[in-house]
Design a protein around this ligand. Structure first.
Ligand code: SF4
Ligand code: SF4
Length: 439
C-alpha cells in the first residue's frame, strides 16, 4: 500500500465512534407523507418558488429557481400537492422560507434511463449539473457548476475527490464508496471531462480499508490515459477531510490565506457529490435524495438511510423506532462541526450528512473554566491560529481586535475546543469574534 498521507500542522484524534453504523448497508426510507423544502439550501441566493399552493407537482419537477446571483434550482422530491409556501424550522436559523408538499401515493413512479454521457460537450455537462441542482453535499453547499468553472487565470490540473469522512460517527460516504464505487468513479470521469484535465486523486482515511479496496478496484477498472484515477490512503487525523488540509496532504500544495483551491490548481469535490453529478448527467436525475447517517446511543436503531430531501427528522426518528431513554443531545452534522438542535421538526436539506442522537456518556457537559495557558489549542489548530487569544479578547469585550489573530481563517473545525483541558467553548468564542471583528 502507498504511504499514508496527512497534513503537517495540528489536528486531533477524537474517538471515531463509527462502529454503530459502518457495517450497515444503505437502506431506503419509505417516502414520508409530507416533505418541507427549505428554499435556501445552497451558498448564494435562496430559490424563489415557481409553484403555487394547491398545485400538483411531479417528482423531479423544478419548484424553485434562482433568478439573480449564485444558486441552483430546487426540485420536488415526491409527486404530490403543494400545501404551503411559508416558513419551516431550520437547524442554524430559527426558521427559513420553505415549500411543503403532500405526497400523492397514487402517482405513477418516475423512472430514469441511463444515457451515454460521453456524447455531451463540456458546456452541456456543466448545464446538466446546474439544472439538476447539484451543490457540495458534504460541505457548505457551494453550487457545483461554479466550482467546475475555475477562473481562467487559475489553470487547474488536479481533481481531488474527498472520501476522508473524518468526522466521528458519520459513515454515509463510507457506505457509498463501498456500495456505489463504480458510480462515484464515473462521476470523477465526468468531472475530469468538464475541467479538461486527466488527473484525479481519491483521498480516503485509512480506517476504511474496505472502501479503499473497493474504490481502488473501481478506479483501476475505469482509468484511461485521459482519466487517471487513483486512491490515496490518508492517515486518520481530524480534520483530514477539510479542503485545505486534504489538498496539502495529497499534493503538498498549500492554499494561501483566503484563496480558493483553484489558486493552487486543484478542484475538490466530495465523493457523494461526484455520485450526484453522475446521476444528473447519466440519468438526468436532479438532486433530491441523499444518504445520511443516523447514529448515537440515543436512537433505537442506528442506520445509513437514503432519504428524500425535505424529510422531517421526526419522521426519520419514527421510522427508526424512536429515541432511547439515554438521549441527552441531538446534533445535526458531526460531533466536531455540527450544531445542537432542540426540535425534531427540522427538514433534511441537501447538505445534511447526519443527525446524531447522543447519550450522556457520548457528550461532555462539564463546565468551562479560566484558560490555564497550556498552549494545547495552539498545537491542535491546523491553521496555526491562536484560539486562546481570540477567546481571551472576546471575554474582555475586545472581539473587534481578533482579526490580527486570524479569526477569519478559522473554519470552526473544533480541534482547539476538543483538546482544551479547561473545556473552554473556543469555537463559540470564534463565532462571536467573527461577528464583531473586521477583516
Ligand atoms: S476551530 Fe478554528 S481556531 Fe479552533 S482549531 Fe479549528 S481552525 Fe483553529
Ligand atoms: S487549550 Fe484551553 S486552557 Fe490551554 S491555552 Fe488553549 S484555551 Fe487556554
Amino acid at each position: 500500500m502507498a504511504p499514508l498521507l496527512t497534513f503537517p500542522k495540528g489536528g486531533v484524534h477524537p474517538p471515531e465512534a463509527k462502529e454503530l453504523t459502518a457495517a450497515l448497508a444503505i437502506e431506503t426510507m419509505p417516502v414520508p407523507d409530507e416533505v418541507e423544502l427549505i428554499l435556501g439550501q445552497h451558498i448564494g441566493a435562496p430559490c424563489t418558488p415557481t409553484v403555487a399552493v394547491k398545485e400538483e407537482v411531479r417528482e423531479g419537477q423544478v419548484i424553485g429557481t434562482v433568478t439573480k446571483g449564485l444558486g441552483v434550482p430546487l426540485h420536488a422530491p415526491v409527486s404530490g400537492t403543494v400545501t404551503a409556501i411559508g416558513m419551516s424550522a431550520h437547524p442554524l436559523r430559527v426558521s427559513a422560507p420553505s415549500i411543503t408538499i403532500r405526497t400523492n401515493r397514487e402517482a405513477a413512479p418516475v423512472r430514469y434511463a441511463a444515457t451515454d454521457w460521453q456524447k455531451f460537450s463540456r458546456e452541456e455537462l456543466l448545464k446538466k449539473v446546474q439544472e439538476a441542482g447539484i451543490i457540495g453535499i458534504g460541505g457548505a453547499g457551494f453550487p457545483s457548476h461554479v466550482k467546475l468553472s475555475p477562473p481562467p487565470n487559475n489553470p487547474v490540473d488536479t481533481l481531488i475527490l474527498n472520501g476522508a469522512e473524518c468526522e466521528p460517527y458519520i459513515t454515509a460516504d463510507h457506505r457509498q464508496m463501498l456500495e456505489k464505487s463504480a458510480e462515484i468513479v464515473e462521476g470523477a470521469r465526468i468531472i475530469l471531462k468538464i475541467l479538461g484535465i486527466t488527473s484525479c486523486h481519491i483521498g480516503i482515511e485509512n480506517n476504511k480499508p474496505d472502501a479503499i479496496a473497493a474504490m481502488s478496484q473501481a478506479a483501476a477498472a475505469a482509468s484511461t490515459p485521459s482519466a487517471r484515477i487513483a486512491v490515496r490512503p490518508l492517515r486518520v487525523k481530524y480534520p483530514q477531510g477539510s479542503e485545505k488540509q486534504l489538498i496539502q496532504s495529497i499534493t503538498g500544495r498549500k492554499v494561501p490565506g483566503f484563496a480558493l483551491p483553484s489558486a493552487v490548481g486543484v478542484v475538490v469535490h466530495n465523493v457523494s457529490t461526484a455520485r450526484a453529478i453522475r446521476e444528473a448527467v447519466v440519468l438526468g436525475k436532479p438532486l433530491y435524495e441523499k444518504v445520511m447517517t443516523l447514529s448515537g446511543k440515543g436512537i433505537a436503531r442506528p442506520a445509513n438511510l437514503l432519504v428524500k430531501v425535505g424529510t422531517r427528522v421526526s419522521d426519520i426518528v419514527e421510522y427508526l423506532g424512536g429515541v432511547t431513554p439515554q438521549l441527552a443531545k441531538i446534533v445535526m452534522g458531526g460531533p466536531m462541526m455540527g450544531f445542537a438542535v432542540s426540535t425534531l421538526d427540522i427538514p433534511v436539506t441537501k447538505t445534511t450528512s447526519s443527525v446524531l442522537f447522543l447519550a450522556e456518556d457520548e457528550i461532555d457537559a462539564s463546565p468551562h473554566s479560566q484558560c490555564i495557558r497550556c498552549g494545547w489549542c495552539l498545537d491542535a489548530c491546523p491553521m496555526g491560529l491562536e484560539p486562546k487569544e481570540i477567546a481571551i479578547h472576546v471575554e474582555a469585550g475586545r472581539a473587534e481586535e481578533t482579526g490580527r489573530f486570524g479569526v477569519f481563517e478559522c473554519f470552526e473545525c473544533g480541534c482547539c475546543a476538543f483538546v482544551c483541558p479547561a473545556k473552554r467553548p473556543l469555537v463559540q468564542f470564534v463565532r462571536l469574534a467573527k461577528m464583531k471583528a473586521k477583516r
